[in-house]
Design a protein around this ligand. Structure first.
Ligand code: MG
Length: 445
């Protein structure tokens, strides 16, 4: 797949097209490198993409050849695999392409604390891979594969422990949930059942072609869920992305709730005085307003869930998350977790005994417009131009370039994986954030 020295793991694991990039031979070699690197029993799970058996069996064969045993925990949401790893202090491999289109698949490695592997440790795996420095077990020491079906229950029980399940059961919520043909088809309905929810499911049949809707949980892909949630019958509508590390919500009126507002709601209701919240430079100023009011500190990072998780661990922060529906609750585990987020939002609704649209009014109102533009040429030219057009705006170089004046800000960053530039514009009013986005778009083109 790649030339020597080239990076294999992107911001969220290895991604590619099966039998083009992800051939059985390549996947087996990755398995050999991973087994050699960890040198102890590895858990392996997957989402429900069509090529999973081919990729998983190839990775497993590679791992077993190094003399390392495998626990096969089968089809699960990514955070359920991570929770299994954390609870069993075991490294893991997940076969998933998250929210990407159906033709993609991917391989990602988990450390034995359940978090995504640090970059420096991924580099060691890449080194073993390119040098073909694999451990080869003699015939009597070849690894064994064991199936373990306990992961889903372990995961759901872990979530139930961290919320007021009794109060939620008392509310007898009626919920509509869209699994989007993804890996959450079993676990999130099971969690909701155990919370006494009366449930209507949409697209809860695992389907690697994702025939019902695209996997990214954005309004354009959730029209039917929004329509149903707004019918007056439901307290909330819920959807995940394909591997269910993210959750998005629709209120009882059928309004899609921006991931930023969900994150703010979480922080507002779970933060304690003196604590820290970790979030990338791309999420809204609402987090800062809430933390100021609660006597808490905000730590801003580069964009990307693994960096948020790592910073949370390093800086001893319990709460964190991104503006795309990826909430990280350190009391549970240091990674984005869709079903945990569902538990948290129902917990807040049960505690407040108010409608979701009413609870959302607690969150300071800001608007972020997000858009991508094709990138041609050097990003530094874009940076220089922006600095010229906005000379007196406060500059932040944490990720790409962020320019701020009061509560208006612009974040422009090149994508690490595609030839595109991502633009975020933030303001008190929707019109103004849209206008700013258009203006920045013109500057880029
Ligand atoms: Mg995902």
């Amino acid at each position: 797949m790649s030339k020597k020295g080239e990076r294999l793991f992107g911001t969220n694991g290895i991604r590619g097209i099966p039998n083009e990039d992800l051939t059985p031979e390549f996947c087996m070699k990755i398995g050999k490198a991973v087994g050699t690197f960890f040198a102890k029993t590895i858990a392996i799970g997957s989402d429900n993409r069509l090529s999973n058996s081919m990729i998983m069996d190839s990775v497993i064969a590679g791992i077993l050849s190094t003399g390392v045993d495998v626990k096969n925990i089968s089809i699960l949401p990514t955070p359920a695999v991570q929770y299994y790893c954390k609870k069993n202090v075991m490294p893991g491999v997940i076969i998933t392409a998250s929210h990407n289109p159906p033709r993609f698949n991917g391989i990602k490695c988990i450390d034995e604390d359940g978090t995504e592997l640090e970059r420096s440790r991924e580099e060691k795996i890449e080194e073993i891979y390119y040098d073909e420095n694999f451990h080869v077990a003699t015939w009597e020491h070849i690894g064994r594969e064991v199936e373990d079906n306990s992961a889903a229950d372990l995961y759901i029980s872990g979530i139930l422990e961290k919320i007021d399940a009794k109060a939620i059961r008392g509310m007898k919520f009626r919920v509509v949930f869209d699994a989007g043909n993804g890996a959450s088809y079993r676990t999130t309905p099971e969690l909701l059942s155990r919370l006494g929810v009366s449930l209507v499911t949409l697209n809860a049949n695992p389907d690697g072609l994702f025939t019902s809707r695209e996997s990214e949980p954005k309004p354009a892909n959730l029209r039917y869920l929004m329509e149903l949630a707004g019918s007056g019958e439901f307290a909330v509508g819920i959807a995940h992305d394909g591997d269910a590390d993210r959750a998005v919500f629709v209120d009882e009126r059928g309004n899609f709730i921006d991931g930023d507002a969900t994150l703010s709601l979480f922080v507002r209701n779970y933060i304690r005085e003196g604590e820290k919240v970790v979030t990338p430079v791309s999420s809204s100023d609402a987090i800062d307003d809430i933390c100021r009011e609660k006597g808490a500190e905000v730590i801003r990072t580069r964009v990307g869930a693994p960096v948020v998780s790592r910073t949370m661990i390093d800086r001893k922060a319990r709460l964190g998350g991104e503006e795309n529906g990826g909430i990280i609750y350190g009391d549970h585990q240091y990674c984005r977790d869709g079903a945990m987020t569902v538990g948290i939002i129902l917990d807040i609704m049960a505690r407040k005994r108010k409608k979701l649209s009413e609870i959302l009014m607690e969150v300071p109102e800001y608007h972020i417009t997000r858009k991508t533009f094709p990138r041609s040429g050097d990003f530094n030219q874009v940076r220089e131009k922006l600095l010229k057009v906005f000379p007196d705006w406060e500059r932040d170089d944490t990720d790409g370039i962020k320019l701020r004046k009061d509560h208006d800000w612009i974040l422009v960053r090149p994508s690490g994986t595609e030839p595109i530039i991502r633009v975020f514009t933030h303001s008190r009013s929707l019109d103004s954030s849209r206008q700013m986005c258009e203006d920045v778009g013109k500057i880029i083109s």
